[in-house]
Design a protein around this ligand. Structure first.
Ligand code: ZN
Ligand code: ZN
Length: 279
């Protein structure tokens, strides 16, 4: 086991959330059970087995480890990974990889795919990811991971199994898809980006940035730079339906104790215990 970077871990039901995020330092997350990760600001050695990544935006502390990640997977003889990026970033990233490949004298095999607001990617029969626009200083995206299941339609409830089978054999669609938003990832965004995607408030787990927490830091300025303030979370406290809200991406101006003090003062109940400070 090689520990090259800080990683925090939290279990929620059948999911493990792993990652680290500090504004302007580095941001990386993954959920091993879902086989996906968010952002590549750095790449812990243990993360390379995750084959599919969604990049929220192109600030360096969210993207710069992409070549390292691709190279490690090749070196370890793993399948080339798939990385979804904001559409405008795909070509520049391809060029960077080409240049790096030349300097490093090693191939960097991977699939880079464009993601746009409104897109939906079917990763498997059970899993889909939807994309929403967020509001930051560069083109930026938020993601929701949905679990998809086929369930018997209500009108067929109570029917014996052989009748349902006969209906199905006769071509009747007896099941409908049921979707559960499991994990939402906001990335860097001012509150408008969160509000634009109602599923973020419904997902079982929401990972959201909360860059600023001090009352001394001005909200209008923070919003202009595409970030959140603790007051924004307070204003929305009744909207969060999530089982777990992970607040993260705190500014380096704050010591971890300051973050805890500001948040517990403003929100003593920590959203009924659902709010988790990732610091
Ligand atoms: Zn950031
Ligand atoms: Zn950013």
């Amino acid at each position: 086991m090689i520990n090259n970077l800080p990683v925090k871990t939290l279990a929620h039901k059948d999911l493990t959330i792993e990652g680290y995020s500090r504004a302007a330092v580095q941001t990386y997350w993954r959920i091993p059970e879902l086989k996906i990760g968010f952002d590549l600001g750095a790449q812990p050695w243990s993360f390379m087995g995750t084959p599919t990544w969604f990049v929220s935006h192109t600030h360096m502390d969210h993207l710069v480890a992409l070549p390292v990640y691709v190279a490690r997977r090749r070196m370890m003889k793993m399948e080339p990974p798939t990385i979804y990026l904001p559409e405008a970033a795909v070509e520049p990233t391809r060029r960077i990889l080409r240049l790096y490949s030349r300097m490093d004298r090693g191939r960097l095999p991977c699939t880079l795919l464009p993601a746009r607001p409104g897109d939906e990617f079917e990763l498997s029969r059970e899993q889909a990811v939807t994309v929403s626009a967020t509001t930051h200083t560069v083109p930026s995206l938020g993601f929701v991971v949905w679990q998809r299941r086929r369930k018997l339609k209500p009108e067929f409830h109570g029917l014996p199994g052989d009748q349902i089978r006969d209906l199905r054999l006769a071509g009747t669609e007896v099941t409908a898809e049921v979707r559960v938003p499991r994990v939402a990832y906001l990335g860097d965004s001012s509150p408008a980006g969160l509000d634009a995607c109602p599923a973020m408030f419904e997902a079982e787990v929401l990972i959201m940035e909360l860059t600023f927490v001090s009352p001394k830091h001005r909200k209008d300025k923070i919003h202009k730079f595409g970030h959140m303030h603790l007051d924004d979370l307070l204003e929305r406290r009744d909207r969060f339906r999530n089982e777990l809200v992970i607040a993260t991406h705190f500014s380096t101006r704050y010591h971890p104790n300051q973050v805890r003090e500001h948040v517990t003062k403003a929100l003593p109940d920590m959203l009924d215990g659902r709010l988790h400070l990732w610091i």
